[in-house]
Design a protein around this ligand. Structure first.
Ligand code: MG
Length: 271
């Protein structure tokens, strides 16, 4: 039986950003962010190959952490505000921040969210993917596809001169068009020498335009959508975020670079 904490504690990975202004990366820093992103993409591809029925979520964490370290990088989720693993592995109605466990075994029909990040030479990357295991019902397949696409709908507007809300409102509009619940208690964030930097990036329209986007900003944009309501609760492990109505949830995230033209997706260098 699930035990929900009704009022979230402020230890969730992407709940609280550091109180700092939005950083503009130099060309050297951009190159390091690019490499951090490229390596994280490799890590995600490595872990994805092991997702199948019968595998524990802890095994995925072990495989992923080994890969991060073999690439000469540091897992940035591990011990972040006390988080006990390098990967968040969240199943079905778990939205984000699922703690890997030997006792949680992936089953046919599961929707699996894998979220992780790494540090390369002091620079962070962060990305999440949603995987469908075996025979997943069409409604959930569509949820995963729309969540992924909502990221791309948002970042079409992620270019210098536009405002932050141009990203947020277009993610939200696409999700609303499909009548999905937008998880509004969690949001994306700036990223650089810290995992979570300013600005916070909601997945719904803000009341204000927000900051003006400038070349050299690096942002982690991460829509989280539920098949039902967007309301979430926290399990009593203090981490795992679940949909309150127990509906399936999907998550998709990349670290991007703002340029004068199209944004560069640092954690997705090939399709
Ligand atoms: Mg993130």
């Amino acid at each position: 039986m699930r035990c929900l904490l009704r009022s979230p504690i402020f230890s969730a990975l992407n709940e609280k950003v550091l109180n700092m202004s939005v950083t503009i990366k130099t060309q050297d820093e951009i190159n390091l962010m690019r490499e951090a992103g490229r390596l994280l993409e490799i890590v995600h591809e490595t872990v994805a190959a092991y997702i199948r029925p019968g595998v524990s979520t802890k095994e995925l964490d072990r495989i992923g952490e080994d890969k991060i370290r073999s690439l000469g990088c540091i897992p940035n989720f591990l011990n972040y505000q006390g988080f006990p693993a390098s990967f968040c592995v969240s199943l079905n109605d778990e939205v984000v921040h699922g703690i890997p466990s030997e006792d949680v075994i992936i089953q046919d029909g599961d929707i699996v969210k894998i979220d992780s990040g790494l540090i390369y030479k002091g620079y962070h990357s962060d990305a999440a993917r949603t995987y469908l295991v075996g025979d997943v019902i069409p409604e959930v397949r569509q949820l995963a596809e729309v969540t992924r696409q909502s990221f791309f709908e948002g970042i079409r507007y992620a270019r210098a001169g536009n405002h932050l809300n141009d990203i947020c409102k277009n993610i939200g509009a696409y999700a609303a068009k499909h009548h999905y619940g937008i998880v509004s208690d969690l949001c994306g964030h700036g990223i650089g020498t810290h995992l979570h930097e300013d600005p916070e990036i909601p997945n719904y329209p803000m009341k204000r335009p927000g900051i003006r986007l400038r070349p050299g900003m690096t942002l982690a944009v991460e829509p989280m959508l539920n098949l039902g309501s967007g309301e979430v609760g926290w399990m009593d492990d203090g981490w795992t975020v679940v949909s309150l109505d127990e509906s399936p949830s999907a998550h998709y995230e990349n670290t991007i670079l703002i340029t004068d033209g199209e944004p560069e997706i640092l954690t997705m260098t090939h399709a």
